[in-house]
Ligand binder design. Structure first.
Ligand code: FAD
Ligand code: NAD
Length: 474
């Protein structure tokens, strides 16, 4: 039986990064992956590259260009006419990007000497793994031995009984990335990250989008001030967001889907051409053999791990979406690097307090650290400084004036506790905030740092000055 120092199960951003880092550190490494892509071929990259982060951002960018050219460039004196969208071309551009990037991982595996084993892994014990063929019917079941195992099997869309996915009219996030025309009326269940991102894509292309959210608050995990600004702007863009809406049932014929839901005003019904179910994601341990080998799962199906991603089985670790913590690609990758380094006997570092979040609507929403509501709940005294993009020269020049940056800092020490952004390129601006928090900066450190002019980052500088009530431009 072939023996490896490390076997990684799953080649999403958690698994493939862990495998590359293990191999870089001189460990004999294999990565088992069961993904079969739309062309019927095995593929690396997991949810993130195949049906998650990358394809959704490709569509967000295409739809942003379309909307911008059609509705916004006229303010710059640019006249356009006959602007149309070829949805099939947009979707095949996305597919090309996915193919290029997933093939890129296979190149990285070759370069770093990670062995890619195609198949579905089942744990037989803490050191023996069975591989079941998924692609070629002529492949045979095999077994390998692992000194250490890293489980990175990710997550799958959560299903809800009142809206079962038929992959025709009712789809999950994967189906919503490959519509071949713009639905006239689009329903979305769940006003979370996926609902808002994919809702934005199709809204920009002309769909009437209705988003049904069970909770009474919009984006409950986001800082309240930021969520309320974002809600106003997204509603203005045409997203019909209905809060406190509990879906009780759906029915579809070949053409349309009817959705029954209840809100504070009673029973409601709407009819749409397509429905996206985006109510969260669930850990994926299907066929992994958790029960048989005694791998502990919690009551929601996540693999139980300690702060160092160790499971209850000796030398078996788990990372990424299949364990506690935010379901984000960069969180999965950083855990992968940390575990690889720990297995190789090196010191490693994973700071769970400073994981950035981004929601890629336009304007974008990004944050790191604690929200104002969390600080209040935890009785932490803080000062706050904020600055609207409208008051920066660069945002004015760009015509992107919505939103603000807010910095929350400890009342006694001035240490930054949280930074929240709603605005243009928030996904890029948040990096400065993450670095500041990682280095345990004070807001005064940011205030004394020279920011280039004219840039959007000047709003960060001014928000930091604002913590001490000394903004210049407002
Ligand atoms: P995954 O990427 O899910 O990979 C797990 C892999 O394991 C899969 O390839 C699967 O085939 C394989 N596998 C499972 N079981 C087995 C087995 N038994 N044997 C062999 N292989 C197995 N996150 C962000 O940070 N930014 C974003 O912009 C973003 N956008 C997203 C958009 C969408 C539409 C979706 C759905 C998700 C998005 N995410 C985003 C979340 C992100 O995709 C996940 O957090 C990330 O992919 C998790 O990485 P992972 O390695 O833990 O798991
Ligand atoms: P989510 O948790 O962000 O949002 C799901 C929403 O659905 C919640 O607001 C929830 O209250 C609501 N909901 C749940 N059940 C419902 C019901 N029966 N009826 C109506 N509403 C209901 O989950 P998601 O949007 O599916 O995304 C899953 C995860 O994928 C995210 O949490 C995130 O970790 C990851 N993701 C990240 C990004 C990013 O980083 N930009 C993008 C997409 C996905």
């Amino acid at each position: 039986m072939e023996k490896y120092d490390v076997v990684v199960i799953g080649a999403g951003p958690g698994g493939y990064v862990a495998a590359i880092r293990c191999a870089q550190l001189g460990l004999k490494t294999a990565c088992i992956e069961s993904w079969i892509n739309d062309e019927g071929k095995p593929a690396l990259g997991g949810t993130c590259l195949n049906v998650g982060c990358i394809p959704s951002k490709a569509l967000l960018d295409s739809s942003h260009h379309f909307h911008h050219i059609k509705h916004e460039v006229k303010d710059h004196g640019i006249t356009t006419s006959g602007v149309t969208i070829d949805v099939n071309k947009m979707v095949s551009r996305k597919a090309k990007i996915v193919k290029m990037l997933t093939q890129g991982i296979s190149g990285l595996f070759k370069k770093n000497k990670v062995e890619w084993i195609r198949g579905h892994a089942k744990l037989l014990s803490n050191s023996q793994i069975e591989i079941n063929p998924v692609h070629d019917e002529h492949d045979e079941k095999s077994m390998i031995e692992a000194g250490h195992t890293i489980i990175a099997t990710g997550s799958v869309p959560t299903k809800i009984p009142p809206a079962s996915v038929d992959d025709k009219l009712v789809v999950d996030s994967t189906g919503a990335l490959k519509f071949n025309e713009v639905p006239r009326r689009l329903g979305i269940i769940g006003a979370g990250v996926i609902g808002l991102e994919l809702g934005s894509v199709w809204n920009r292309l002309g769909s009437e989008v209705i988003v049904l959210e069970a909770l009474p608050d919009f984006l409950a995990v986001v800082d309240r001030q930021i969520a309320s600004e974002a809600e106003k702007v997204l509603r203005n863009q045409g997203l019909d967001i209905r809060l406190g809406a509990k879906v009780t049932g759906t029915g579809s014929n070949n053409r349309e889907v009817s959705i029954n839901y209840e809100d504070s005003e009673g029973k409601q019904q709407i009819t749409v051409d397509k429905l996206i179910v985006a109510v969260g994601r669930s850990p994926n341990t299907q066929g992994l053999g958790a029960d048989e080998c005694g791998l502990e799962l919690d009551d929601r199906g996540f693999i139980v791990v300690d702060d160092n991603c160790k499971t209850n089985l000796e030398n078996v670790y788990a990372i990424g979406d299949v364990v506690r913590g935010p379901m984000l690609a960069h969180k999965a990758s950083e855990e992968g690097v940390a575990i690889a380094e720990r297995i190789a006997g090196k010191a490693s570092h994973m700071n769970y307090e400073v994981i950035p979040w981004v929601i890629y609507t336009w304007p974008e929403i990004a944050w790191v650290g604690k929200t104002e509501q969390q600080l209040k709940e935890e009785d932490i005294e803080y000062n706050s400084g904020s600055f609207p993009f409208m008051a920066t020269g660069r945002a004015r020049a760009m015509g992107e004036t919505a939103g603000l940056i807010k910095i929350l800092a400890d009342n006694k020490t001035d240490r930054v506790l949280g930074i929240h952004i709603f605005g243009p390129s928030a996904s890029e601006l948040i990096a400065e905030a993450v670095l500041a928090m990682e280095f345990e900066s004070s807001s005064e450190d940011i205030a004394r740092t020279i920011h280039a002019h004219p840039t959007l980052s000047e709003a960060m500088h001014e928000a930091a000055l604002g913590v001490d009530n000394r903004t210049i431009h407002i």
